[in-house]
Design a protein around this ligand. Structure first.
Ligand SMILES: *Cc1c(COP(=O)(O)O)cnc(C)c1O
Length: 674
């Protein structure tokens, strides 16, 4: 339904007799013949026959609008005209347009500049001019068709002129939407023929907001050409428009890889189906690029659209894997030759993910992984991680999984050691790798010096292999506690040397965590255990990069008068007329409730906005009065780039570990490399 009780019907055609039936149902009064696509050619002898068939829809129209430059269309209309005029009282009015002088409507001039196109027309000896804010061919053609319809309807030309200028690109079929990771998405999956692909590619090529252009394309069905010709034409179109990446989905297009290989600079990926593409998503990076989706309907590209677009309206934790690798290397450089590195990936790698992070660390040659519980280790194994994995905190219910998945548990107490030893013995297992945690002052887990005598026989039995002996520093980051750290180290050396006498083979020794590496180079021993530092957090150094950024969006903006209040308990009082934005994040996402009522801030457009009122379960309100031009769906940085998590932790009177690992699992993790 169009405006002013104008019924608008857009008809495609796929087979003969379809139009005649449609004509009876719709009985259109105005016909606009835009152009003829190349799809569905199989069912017609040639394009001309197809045009004629389509014209049947216009059997009874009073006016037929078309572009005369399309000769197939024009000639078909002329040849069918006598037939169309038969049995009519009034002859059919043709409103054909062209730059040629013999057209009913002559386009006398087209002038384009950065802001749009101005079109000069001559119609019934009168001159007209209007402008639109587009410069692409498809938009210009559409605008002229529209102008013709409006002229026919007798709409005042000044009104038309004014409103033409107001047309916005969002109304177009080729809509540019914000996607994940600063991508822009054009979803043109309404049709998938060569013509419309070329138009969409033009539109894609005009987008300069991102350095990279990606096309996700399905098989093109029923083109009437041989597949070879068809995909060669697609390849040419990609070359001309400098497309950087092609993600091809479908059985047919995948057969033409050699054609696409010839396109210089084109990266390609092929998938048989959208499902296969979805499975591979974790490996695909979409970042800062314009993505065109062009898929035949049966491929259901809506699914891809949803994935690429979705997160805009959600809260996401963006994890910069390149920054992680950078931090890893910064620590690695500081290690003595031969010192091994264990990456601590417990609690979903401090909230940033599990196997996604472990896989990167494995690739960059971490020597060991450390997790808290057996379940976490099992998950990594199931994801194909093969590095040795130390489990910090086991209990008897995890013994089976430990053995089955080849995980290396920490023996942190005499009781645990004895019970795991008994379990292994019953199973007839020998030399199972374990680690011994010893107590040096943290007083959390660990076997103390005085208990060593009790474990001697178990250790010598040959059922267990002690891979390493380790302890944990209680205050490695704190200069005021350095003397205590030294005491811990001495205690560790003392226990280790006793164990060396008990254990006839070599084992690793380790005690340092991230700040231990940064602040106590002499305590590296054989291995270090890096956790928080990998995420860019270490107050003693400036060479690290922030890895995780928690982002959300604005759901609504409210304009409040002085004296009104915000959120539960009416604790957020507006002291002046204010602009308040509701952000899609709350304490259920892991955002601390303690940041409410003016304690914390979030960042919008690079400016910090204080929280007003209490933090709710799924939402938090911020005061954006001081920030210019904030709109709904704008991005909000909760922490991360520009707003370090350490600051947010300070506001919340806690440590960054808690903020990072507290980001709830309902928040999507998004990985990217830079
Ligand atoms: C978590 C943990 C680490 C890592 O500590 P960071 O301060 O994050 O580097 C090291 N060792 C043990 C035993 C841990 O539990």
């Amino acid at each position: 339904t169009g405006r002013n009780q104008l019924g608008i019907f857009e008809a495609g055609i796929s087979q003969s007799s379809e139009m005649e039936n449609l004509q009876k149902i719709i009985q259109p009064g105005i016909g606009v013949f835009t152009n003829i696509g190349e799809a569905h050619n199989e069912n017609f002898l040639n394009v001309r026959q197809k045009v004629k068939e389509k014209l049947r829809l216009f059997n009874d129209v009073e006016v037929l609008i078309y572009r005369k430059d399309y000769s197939v269309v024009h000639e078909a209309i002329i040849s069918i005209l006598p037939e169309l005029n038969r049995n009519r009282i009034q002859r059919l009015t043709l409103m054909d347009w062209s730059s040629a002088a013999d057209a009913t409507i002559q386009v006398t001039k087209l002038s384009k500049n950065e802001t749009g196109t101005t079109i000069d027309l001559k119609y019934k000896d009168e001159k007209h001019r209007f402008s639109i804010s587009f410069t692409d061919e498809a938009s210009i053609e559409n605008a002229i068709h529209c102008w013709c319809v409006l002229a026919h309807l007798g709409i005042e030309s000044e009104f038309v002129r004014k409103n033409m200028l107001l047309l916005e690109p969002v109304a177009m079929r080729l809509e540019l939407k914000q996607g994940v990771n600063h991508c822009s998405i054009i979803n043109d999956s309404y049709s998938a023929d060569l013509n419309s692909l070329v138009i969409a590619l033009d539109f894609l090529a005009q987008q300069h907001q991102h350095p990279k252009r990606t096309l996700i394309l399905s098989d093109i069905l029923e083109s009437g050409k041989t597949e070879k010709e068809l995909y060669e034409e697609v390849a040419t179109a990609l070359t001309q428009r400098r497309i950087d990446r092609l993600i091809a989905i479908g059985d047919r297009i995948g057969m033409h890889q050699s054609t696409f290989n010839k396109v210089a600079g084109l990266a390609t990926r092929y998938y048989k189906s959208v499902d296969e593409f979805k499975k591979d998503l974790p490996q695909l990076v979409f970042r800062d690029e314009t993505i065109l989706l062009k898929g035949a309907r049966i491929f259901e590209f809506e699914q891809i659209d949803r994935i690429l677009e979705q997160q805009v309206h959600q809260t996401v934790l963006e994890v910069n894997l390149s920054a992680l690798v950078h931090n890893f290397k910064q620590y690695q450089q500081q290690l003595n030759k031969g010192t091994k590195l264990m990456a601590m990936v417990k609690a979903f790698a401090y909230g940033s993910g599990s196997f996604e992070i472990a896989r990167v660390l494995e690739y960059y040659k971490a020597d060991y992984l450390g997790v808290a519980y057996a379940d976490e280790g099992v998950e990594l194994r199931k994801a194909g991680i093969t590095l040795p994995i130390m489990i910090l905190n086991i209990d008897e219910s995890g013994f089976d999984a430990i053995v089955q998945f080849n995980l290396e548990p920490v023996m942190f107490s005499v009781g645990m050691l004895k019970s795991f030893h008994a379990y292994l013995r019953k199973q007839g297992i020998q030399e199972f790798p374990v680690h011994l945690e010893v107590e040096t002052g943290m007083n959390r887990l660990g076997i103390s010096l005085s208990e060593l005598a009790q474990i001697s026989s178990v250790i010598k039995s040959g059922v267990l292999t002690i891979q390493s002996v380790f302890s944990h520093l209680a205050a490695s980051e704190d200069a005021k506690q350095d003397s205590f750290t030294t005491v811990q180290a001495e205690q560790f050396r003392a226990i280790s040397s006793q164990l060396k006498e008990m254990i006839p083979y070599k084992f690793l020794q380790h005690i340092s965590n991230s700040s231990g590496v940064s602040r106590h180079p002499s305590l590296q021993f054989d291995m270090v255990r890096l956790g928080i530092g990998l995420h860019g957090i270490d107050p003693d150094r400036s060479d690290l990069q922030e890895v995780s950024t928690l982002k959300s969006t604005i759901a609504q903006i409210k304009y409040l008068k002085a004296g009104e209040t915000v959120s539960y308990g009416r604790r957020g009082v507006v002291l002046r007329d204010s602009v308040i934005a509701t952000v899609r994040i709350g304490y259920a996402d892991g955002y601390p409730a303690s940041l409410g009522i003016g304690v914390g801030k979030m960042m919008v457009k690079g400016v910090e906005a204080p929280i007003i009122g209490k933090v709710c379960m799924d939402m938090t309100m911020i005061d954006v009065t001081e920030i210019a031009e904030v709109s709904e769906n704008d991005e909000v940085i909760v922490f991360g780039s520009g707003l370090p998590v350490t600051r947010v932790a300070e506001w919340a009177n806690t440590i960054p570990y808690e903020i990072l690992s507290g980001v709830s699992q309902r928040v999507k993790r998004l990985y990217f490399e830079q």
